[in-house]
Design a protein around this ligand. Structure first.
Ligand code: PHE
Length: 330
């Protein structure tokens, strides 16, 4: 009868020990079987008094043996846990792994990269500027004074914060970075400025309140309109591989003189994709560059519109709706 008690306890112990995976559960098992207070071994010792005297010695010996068996097993187990052999043994390397969703570059960024690549090959380098701009860099320094009608076309989102000298807004074009760069670096300059711009435009097939531009600026000696036209023609050929119809058209920007725009034929209509011109001498004066010595040209490309033409997307809104059925095609 007492042997049975001992045997079933041993069986129970081994079963439980085999399920142990970490230190806390090992500690709990220790407490349960060899704990000083309520350990099962101690409970057995407490029952000794109820056993007839002649059997007491044998029973006592059996309990002691069981106790040292438990202790040894526990010690061995603890050692295995420590050296990690247990956790390795328990790992099942044949289980299927986690599935990782692989994202891809958004179409607009793919087009932006492609455009950047063409200009890098032509020897331009990249400049960067803030999306939250001051009134000064976004307008005034670009020869667009307060009350100038050109500001109407560039209505934007004003930040609810002003300090003594500045009113803050979300930039309406990448042109302010022309100013920032010319204040920092001396000509000759040959730079591109990729970035996000913002306007208070109603969203429709060709407008979005957030869109992307790539600005270009070249400043040097004897830079002419012919350089501008040659550069943009080379760029457009590289980008569209000559399979679209393109036209240059005179235009107006306060910071370039003369100015032009480039349109591309899409679905029987001309779509404007860039503005450009020779840097206005007034802009050079604002940044302390001698306009008698230096000339330059600038351009601003609409990346979203270029993407529309290149990938024949009927609306630029598709780029912002995050519909995977559209995005997955690219
Ligand atoms: N900044 C102009 C716009 O966003 C584009 C432009 C850039 C025009 C550089 C001329 C020169 O409309």
């Amino acid at each position: 009868m007492h042997d049975e008690v001992i045997d079933s306890l041993k069986k129970e112990f081994i079963e439980k020990l085999n399920k142990i995976k970490d230190n806390p559960s090992l500690l709990a098992l220790k407490g349960e079987f060899v704990g000083r207070k309520r350990g099962k071994i101690n409970e057995l010792f407490k029952q000794m008094g109820k056993i007839p005297a002649e059997k007491r010695k044998i029973f006592g010996q059996a309990i002691n043996e069981l106790k040292s068996f438990f202790e040894q097993e526990l010690k061995q187990f603890e050692r295995n846990l420590k050296i990690g052999s247990l956790s390795q043994k328990e790992e099942d390397w044949t289980l299927p792994g986690y599935k990782i969703d692989i994202g891809s570059k958004h179409l607009l960024l793919q087009v932006m990269d492609e455009v950047i690549d063409i200009f890098l090959k032509m020897g331009y380098h990249i400049e960067d500027g803030p999306e939250v701009e001051t009134d000064y860099y976004n307008f005034t320094a670009l020869n667009i004074p307060e009350e100038h009608p050109a500001r109407d076309e560039h209505d934007t989102f004003y930040i609810d914060y002003e300090d003594r000298d500045n009113r803050y807004l979300l930039r309406t074009h990448t042109s302010p970075v022309q100013i920032r760069t010319m204040l920092k670096k001396k000509p000759p300059l040959k730079i591109i400025i990729p970035g996000k711009v913002f306007r208070k435009d109603e969203p429709d097939d060709t407008h979005s309140p957030v869109f992307h531009q790539l600005e270009g600026l070249v400043v040097g000696k004897k830079i002419s309109m012919a350089d501008l036209k040659g550069t943009l023609t080379t760029f457009l050929k590289a980008l569209f591989k000559e399979d679209v119809q393109v036209r240059f058209r005179p235009s107006f920007f306060p910071f370039t003189e003369p100015s032009a725009e480039v349109d591309v034929m899409m679905n029987g209509e001309w779509l404007e994709i860039l503005g450009c011109g020779m840097v206005d001498p007034a802009v050079f004066e604002n940044v302390g560059i001698d306009s008698e010595e230096y000339t330059g040209f600038a351009f601003g490309l609409g990346i979203d519109r270029i993407a529309m033409v290149k990938y024949k997307a009927r609306s630029l809104r598709l780029f912002y709706e995050n519909d995977l059925r559209f995005l997955r095609q690219f």
